[in-house]
Every structure is written in structure tokens, then in C-alpha cells.
Write a new protein. Structure first.
Length: 263
């Protein structure tokens, strides 16, 4: 399938979260979709990862059935997929943050999107429910990187472990018990984590693991004073990045996993 017209150009980087009280934020996908959202400092605003996720779903084509947005933040992914017609069935969303859950409910109501939104860790809110698409967007960078980054704070914690894989691997390993027959799991794999460990877990759990979208992006300027620490993490095999034309470049890829083994 051809990439959507709103797919990002190379070189895009994540944006820092806004400061202050709850604010309005506009998420745009080219000329096709413009979504005004309420967000707050304690919840991630949409970034290039959000766009890559939606692009990955686009590349698989619209699917009927239940869609779960796991780690929903302010709800942008579910709302965008609903508006674009990529999620043709009931929409579900959850997050560990009470503020994120409240924002997702507010934003879904504002856009007339019917969504069952719950609070809890990973699949805990969903019991034995199964879904046709699971979109994973939980924290996925090494904790030491998170401390140095503009994306995390005391109100946005990162519990993904020294190599950034703990939460993503937990989602991968639990997903087969929550996927319907023929269901798909979408996972982000970020170079500021141990990519090989995540992909090894995915291949051990699923019969099919395919890259669905990807993007290089520049490390934020506020992190460059910490390059010695990042170099040490890279030397230890915990993260990866490249230096190109005086810039530090990282990468995010979205993979689609299907055909759980042993099912």
C-alpha cells in the first residue's frame, strides 16, 4: 500500500510536552486531518511516534472489529484512526495515568468518538477481553535516557528498565491472550532502547513480525550535553544512535506482529 500523503519527512523529531495547566494542542496529518486536543503537562502530547503508529495501521489497511489503544495518553491515536476510517469497530483505550484517562474521555467526547476508556497497567483493565488490533504505545526508552530527556518527569514516569525494553516485552508476551483470531499487535521499537532484545521477544512470541513504518529523527538539542552518558549506554549495548552531518540521529520503527505461537 502507498504511504499516506501525511507521512513525515525524514529528520522529524519528537516535540517536548507543553508547560503549565491543561492546554489546547492541534495534531495534524497533512491536509487530511486536524484534531484539536486537550492535553496537560503530566501527559504526553502527540509526537512523530503517534504519526508512525497511524501510518503503520494505514499500511495494513482498515480492519473490522475491536481496537485497543494501550497507553493512550490524550487519545490521539484512537481518535485519528476513527476519523481516517482505519478502525472500523468498537474502540477501547487505557492508560496508567488518571489524567490521561480523563483527557482521552474529554477528547473523545469532543470529537464524537465512542470509546471505552479505563485506567490501569497494560492489559489489567481488560480482563479476558480480546481485540482485533492492539496498538502499543507504552514507554519504550532506557530509563537513564528518560531522565536526561525532555519527555519524562516526575509526573510522566518511565519504568521500562535499564535497556528500555521491560514494558514493551511485557506487552508482547501478554498480547496473545488478548488478541482475537487473526488479530494484529503494533509495537514501536525505538533505538534509545535495546532493539534486538525487543525483536527477539517478538519473534519468540509471534510467527510473523514485519516492519510497518519507520523514521529517523534528530536527538533534541537539550540532550546533547549528555552525549558522554549516551555513548556509555551505547557501548554497553543498551541503546543505539548514529552521528550524521554533525547531528545525533535516532530511529523509531513500528512493527506489526501476528500469528501467535502455540495458539
Amino acid at each position: 500500500m502507498d504511504p499516506p500523503s501525511w507521512a513525515l519527512d525524514n529528520g522529524a523529531s519528537p516535540t517536548a510536552r507543553p508547560k503549565g495547566d491543561r492546554v489546547s494542542y492541534t495534531f495534524e496529518l497533512g491536509d487530511e486531518v486536524s484534531i484539536k486536543l486537550a492535553t496537560a503537562p503530566g501527559v504526553f502530547v502527540p509526537t512523530h511516534t503517534s504519526t508512525l503508529c497511524i501510518e503503520a495501521v494505514h499500511n495494513q489497511g482498515p480492519r473490522p472489529g475491536r481496537t485497543l489503544d494501550l497507553g493512550c495518553g490524550c487519545g490521539v491515536v484512537g481518535i485519528a484512526m476513527n476519523k481516517l476510517g482505519y478502525a472500523n469497530g468498537p474502540l477501547f483505550a487505557s492508560d496508567l495515568s488518571p489524567e490521561a484517562v480523563d483527557l482521552t474521555r474529554t477528547n473523545c467526547d469532543a470529537h464524537a468518538v465512542n470509546c471505552d476508556v479505563r485506567i490501569g497497567s497494560l492489559f489489567e483493565p481488560w480482563g479476558d477481553m480480546r481485540f482485533d488490533m492492539i496498538i502499543d504505545d507504552v514507554s519504550g526508552i532506557a530509563e537513564e535516557v528518560a531522565i536526561l530527556s525532555p519527555w519524562f518527569s516526575e509526573t510522566i514516569p518511565c519504568a521500562s528498565g535499564d535497556d528500555g525494553t521491560a514494558l514493551t516485552r511485557a506487552v508482547i508476551e501478554a498480547a496473545p491472550d488478548h488478541l482475537a483470531d487473526g488479530g494484529l499487535l503494533f509495537i514501536p521499537v525505538i533505538s534509545l532502547s535495546c532493539v534486538d532484545r525487543i525483536l527477539d521477544s517478538a519473534h519468540a512470541t509471534f510467527g510473523s513480525v514485519e516492519k510497518a513504518s519507520g523514521q529517523d529523527w534528530r536527538l533534541p538539542d537539550e540532550m546533547t550535553p549528555h552525549l558522554d552518558q549516551l555513548d556509555a549506554l551505547k557501548s554497553d549495548g543498551l541503546i543505539d544512535f548514529a552521528r550524521k552531518f554533525g547531528m545525533v540521529m535516532c530511529r523509531t520503527d513500528f512493527y506489526v506482529c501476528s500469528e501467535p505461537k502455540g495458539k
